[in-house]
Write a protein that binds this ligand. Structure first.
Ligand code: AMP
Ligand code: ZN
Length: 111
């Protein structure tokens, strides 16, 4: 997808060290961390919103959540973490390529 920063990171056009990568997703460190650990899990399939999800996107997201769960220890998230998917304008979504924030490494404040 043209002009999508996360598609460019996935394609290697913008350098960003991978914490994890496979054929369906990458995990990188957020450039502006909001917690001691702040990862972004980015599906390699470009879609912006949950409302755009078809069968393929739903499969990829299911895969991402299962993989995240299996990587908890590797990521240092075994004591718990917060999962956030910002959606649209009111949700504060700045990058219109769906991604999963993983925040942890410390006790997080409440909402
Ligand atoms: P959101 O506001 O939910 O769309 O999240 C976008 C996130 O991407 C923000 O937390 C940004 O700090 C992060 N971000 C933007 N550009 C980069 C980049 N080049 N590498 C890593 N994280 C980035
Ligand atoms: Zn994209």
């Amino acid at each position: 997808m043209e002009n999508c920063i996360f598609c460019k990171i996935i394609a290697g056009e913008i350098p960003s060290p991978r914490v994890y990568e496979d054929d369906k997703m990458i995990i990188i460190n957020d450039i502006e961390p909001k917690a001691k650990l702040h990862y972004l899990c980015i599906p390699k399939t470009h879609f912006a919103l949950l409302s755009e999800m078809g069968e393929r996107e739903a499969e990829v997201l299911k895969y991402c959540f299962e993989k995240i769960a299996s990587l908890e220890e590797t990521l240092g998230l075994q004591e718990g973490y917060r999962v956030i998917i910002n959606q649209g304008e009111n949700g504060g979504q700045t990058v219109r390529h769906l991604h999963i924030h993983l925040l942890g490494g410390e006790v997080l404040g409440g909402f």
